[in-house]
Design a protein around this ligand. Structure first.
Ligand SMILES: [Zn+2]
Length: 270
């Protein structure tokens, strides 16, 4: 499932390939994949801006916005022309230049939202995890007075936008914090370590073009490389890189959670 790094890689490639392209047609092959919050249709205009917030891809098309959330298995692929596969293709957007933007989504949970008001989707979200304004102090402020378990807190996009299951496990491992630790049991040092782990983990994953364990592809259709660098996620029963004890996988709140029970001991009463 694409998280902040994968979405960032896609956005960077889209900026290089479809910025200023003029949309001439939008075809919806699976109705639910495109949600219209906008009356003026069809939207045939130039793409003026492409950016990311959390896991949202935001394309400004003339005066409206096309927001894309890839969810479980969505892929947004730029096609340079000629025939393309229709398998799992849900929406395709044609540009005047002959290029097209293809939205594939085998599991159909991904959504494109056409809206005049992007903020209705973005304002409920917490700060973006790579926002320069997201500082160690800001992170400590977010955690102050909270008592939920740290992994569920980090996964909640209303607190901090961008982290999903893979990178949350990676960050907690890097900081030596057990995923079920209550926030009130975290020391100041652990909060600082976790903050640095979040920034480093996300930046490292972007440098490796994201993590491809299944469906994720960049906008150019390439696989990411970060799966080769994962420290704990998808490494159940394999030796921990630090202590050599086997990595554990537990189902916590319906999420497969990977951690090292030795390097990430559960502190305090849970
Ligand atoms: Zn270990």
């Amino acid at each position: 499932m694409p998280e902040l790094p994968e979405v960032e890689v896609i956005v960077r490639e889209l900026r290089q390939t479809v910025m200023n392209e003029e949309i001439t047609d939008i075809k919806v092959l699976w109705k639910k994949s495109l949600v219209r919050h906008h009356d003026h249709q069809p939207v045939f205009a130039e793409i003026k801006d492409i950016r990311r917030y959390g896991k949202f891809i935001i394309l400004q098309v003339g005066h409206v916005f096309l927001l894309v959330h890839l969810r479980m298995s969505g892929k947004l692929i730029v096609h340079q022309g000629g025939p393309f596969s229709r398998k799992h293709l849900r929406v395709y957007i044609t540009f005047r230049s002959g290029k097209s933007l293809l939205f594939y989504d085998p599991r159909k949970f991904g959504r494109m939202y056409l809206t005049a008001d992007a903020q209705q989707f973005l304002s409920p979200l917490g700060m973006d995890a790579l926002d320069p304004g997201f500082s160690g102090r800001e992170f400590a402020r977010l955690l102050a007075g909270k008592n939920s378990r740290i992994k569920s807190f980090l996964l909640d996009q209303h607190h901090l936008a961008g982290l999903g299951n893979i990178y949350t496990d990676e960050c907690l491992y890097r900081a030596g914090v057990h995923p079920q630790t209550r926030i009130s049991n975290l020391s100041e040092r652990e909060v600082a370590l976790l903050f640095r782990a979040i920034k480093k983990t996300l930046q490292g994953a972007i440098e490796h073009m994201g993590t491809t364990l299944a469906d994720y592809r960049t906008a150019e259709g390439k696989k990411g490389r970060h799966q080769r660098f994962l420290k704990v996620y998808d490494r159940e029963q394999k030796p921990c890189f630090r202590c050599k004890n086997p990595v554990e996988k537990k189902w916590i709140n319906g999420r497969g959670t990977h951690f090292c029970p030795v390097c990430q001991p559960l502190k305090g009463k849970s």
